[in-house]
Write a protein that binds this ligand. Structure first.
Ligand code: ADP
Ligand code: MG
Length: 699
């Protein structure tokens, strides 16, 4: 543990700066301060020459003298300038505020070390508000790599910028007694993973002697955060497994066996069998199942869901399948009924917002009486009005659109135990996210597509390639295939987007007069939409122009081409979903990504990821990487039980995996949390939890 001394007692801080640090950076104690991580280092052993300066240099260090000062302008334009030279040339220094202090402290003719970013101004390099130190100060000469810290605008205005932060941290470091620190990571663990102790790491983090030292220190700080994060999550999962009872669904009964032997139209893939075994293992255990099923588009998750439901029903319980949209729920119902034909002994019903009046009342009553065995629906299923006689299993499809809250609402649907829960996702969740946000769930993966599927070929065409596109489409149509053409539609741009879709529809109708073209978008009356969809499914229309309404739900094996217009406007996950609509039959399928001619670098990378890979996991990871520190990362990080200051679950994915392993080993060897060598670990975890409680109490 680091000192929990209030930061205001640190020399040079005081109450005003302390409250600033608390408000702006959530730094309350000396320990918190020491854990702040520099965002970059500048090598102070390198001194540049003015004659070598280039505009693209980020930061340079000069050694020289001020020749003269000059005041300029008045009022808001008032500024102080100085001419600085090192004998190889001249640069200009500029200050807009704090001028009195500068004039008092800097002297003409004295030798200074200057640090700043050069900008070219009137053919001369200028530095605004450079960092200046006395070159003869011995402390300065000792410095090698200089740490720089992020501060907020408010802090900078109050005169507490990176430099002052560095000074405060150095003061804290100097007062630190190495033997008074309790390292949260015990020596045997540090040795195993080649990590320096906390004191060494802090010294190297803030006052490093080399870039390697920084690397090692950073790794240690990140390791600690990620290790405790994983420990917390894994412990939660373990405790829940130990304590949460579940309905024991042991029997593999008549429905399951009859379906498997007589109705199943094709053999299951090995992956499907393995996952069904995982699920049965959970269901029979007497503990509540919380399992995440990941499988790429088209990997056959629906069938796995059906087998799971049959186990529940065979044991005298009801099952529910919940989908994020009405179209998908309806599609599930159709698919399930097709699989089951008229197999006796099982009643399936649909409950969405579209089911109204008497039909709805009947379904609700029969569900409550236990006469509906499998209820398929949308969010409607978690409404309090929907009551089950004995809900044993709830399946959630496409988890990423489903809030944690909604998942929790499912728990209330049955007693005395919560139902078993199976979460299925078609957008593969990158491993790193699965390990953290869903880290308390058990994970099964379907990593194999049903046999006979040819990998979809993806090509990128720009608008200049349109003639090639049309030639290719004609070839496919002549072979009897069907084609999807998808346009983006976003609310802010709805009018223009619909216009583009209409124009595309006309252009295709004119280009292929011999083939019938259909059209579907969300703004059409539902009846018209359904009719257009049905025509395409039956093969009467050969081309279908649409918005992303077809993203989920339709299954037309004869469709072999997916054209995505303005592909640059779609996210990677969405492109992957759309592409998954083809390649469902035996024919070679194609996905054509149409974009405008000029593309930004990230867009080019996104498109080429799609062209190069059909692996949903690769695409999901790349998606995360490209979105960078954006929204996804934000939500991923903010949903964590432990606040991360240094580590990042996406960029530090490899280390995260190592930490997960380390944490699970500790839990395996010390399940009672009693081994003396781990005392520091459990103590620190308690401390972190207390912090979290205090914090959530405030916000
Ligand atoms: P997912 O929901 O995982 O995207 P689906 O459950 O919709 O995939 O399955 C995609 C298609 O593959 C469906 O047409 C389904 O009937 C078919 N399918 C599923 N399992 C198999 C299998 N073992 N062999 C052949 N086809 C399968
Ligand atoms: Mg599906």
């Amino acid at each position: 543990m680091l000192p929990t001394l209030d930061i205001k007692y640190l020399k040079g801080i005081g109450p005003a700066r302390a409250s600033l640090l608390s408000k702006e950076l959530q730094v309350e104690t000396v320990g918190d301060l020491l854990r702040i991580c520099p965002y970059k280092y500048i090598d102070r052993t390198v001194i540049h020459r003015i004659c070598d300066l280039r505009e693209e240099m980020p930061f340079v260090q000069l050694r020289g003298q001020i020749l003269e000062f000059e005041e300029e302008g008045a009022g808001r334009k008032y500024r102080l300038k100085a001419t600085f030279t090192d004998g190889t040339g001249y640069v200009e220094l500029v200050w807009f505020n704090g001028i009195k202090y500068i004039q008092k402290s800097l002297k003409v003719g004295k030798t200074y070390l200057l640090l700043g970013k050069p900008t070219l101004f009137n053919h001369r390099f200028a530095f605004s508000h450079p960092e200046i130190d006395d070159a003869d100060n011995p402390a300065i000469m000792e410095r090698k790599m200089q740490a720089h810290y992020h501060t907020t605008d408010k802090m900078k205005r109050a005169g507490f910028a990176s430099k002052q932060m560095g000074e405060a941290i150095c003061t804290a470091l100097a007062q630190l007694r190495p033997d008074a620190i309790i390292d949260p990571l015990p020596p045997y663990l540090r040795e195993k993973y080649a990590l320096p102790d906390l004191y060494q790491a802090l010294c190297d983090l803030h006052r490093p002697l080399s870039a390697e030292a920084v690397g090692t220190a950073l790794r240690r700080m990140k390791f600690e955060e990620l290790f405790f994060l994983q420990l917390d999550i894994l412990r939660l999962g373990l405790n829940r497994k130990r304590t949460t009872q579940g309905f024991p669904l042991r029997r593999i009964g008549d429905l399951f066996n009859t379906f498997y032997r007589q109705y199943l139209p094709f053999p299951l893939t090995e992956a499907q069998k393995r996952v069904i075994r995982d699920i049965h293992g959970d269901l029979r255990s007497g503990r509540q199942m919380n399992r995440l099923l990941q499988g790429d588009v088209g990997s056959g998750k629906t069938l796995v869901a059906l087998f799971a439901a049959l186990i529940a029903i065979d044991n005298g319980y009801q099952a529910a399948i919940m989908a994020p949209t009405e179209i998908l729920a309806e599609q599930h119902l159709v698919t399930l009924r097709q699989f089951l034909h008229d197999m006796p002994g099982i009643r399936i019903e649909l409950l969405t917002g579209n089911v109204k009046g008497k039909a709805r009342r009947t379904i609700l009553e029969d569900t409550e009486r236990g006469e509906v065995h499998l209820l398929v629906g949308t969010h409607a299923l978690i409404e309090p009005k929907v009551r089950f006689a004995r809900l044993g299993l709830a399946i959630v499809d496409e988890q990423h659109r489903f809030g944690v809250k909604q998942r929790a609402a499912l728990w209330e649907k049955s007693s005395p135990c919560p139902p078993h829960i199976l979460v299925m996702t078609a957008t593969p969740i990158p491993r790193t996210l699965a390990m953290t946000v869903y880290g308390d769930l058990d994970v099964s993966v379907i990593d194999e597509l049903p046999p006979g599927r040819k990998p979809i070929q993806t090509v990128h065409y720009r608008s200049v390639d349109r003639p090639k596109l049309f030639a290719g489409l004609l070839h496919q149509l002549n072979q009897g295939r069907q084609v999807y053409v998808v346009y983006p539609l976003i609310q802010e741009n709805e009018k223009l987007d619909l216009q583009a879709l209409e124009q595309g529809y006309v252009a295709l109708s004119e280009a292929f007069p011999q083939y019938k073209v259909g059209k579907v978008h969300g703004k059409m009356p539902p009846a018209e939409k359904d009719a257009a969809m049905a025509e395409f499914v039956e093969g009467r229309t050969r081309l279908l122009v649409s918005t992303t309404v077809i993203e989920v739900g339709v299954n037309v094996p004869n469709a072999s081409v997916m054209v995505i217009e303005n592909a640059e406007r779609f996210g990677l996950a969405q492109l992957h979903q759309l592409r998954g609509r083809v390649g469902r039959g035996a024919a070679q399928s194609y996905c054509i990504l149409m974009t405008r001619d000029e593309l930004s670098q990230t867009t080019r990378r996104r498109i080429s990821t799609m062209v190069e890979s059909t692996d949903g996991f690769v695409i999901a990871e790349e998606d995360m990487r490209l979105r960078g520190p954006g929204d996804l990362e934000g939500t991923a990080q903010s949903g964590l039980p432990i606040h991360l200051r240094v580590a990042n679950i996406i960029r530090d994915a490899d280390l995260l995996a190592t930490c997960r392993k380390a944490a699970s080993e500790i839990l395996r060897f010390d399940p009672e949390e009693k081994l003396p060598q781990n005392a520091c670990i459990w103590q620190h975890l308690q401390h972190l939890k207390k912090l979290r409680e205090n914090f959530s109490g405030i916000s």
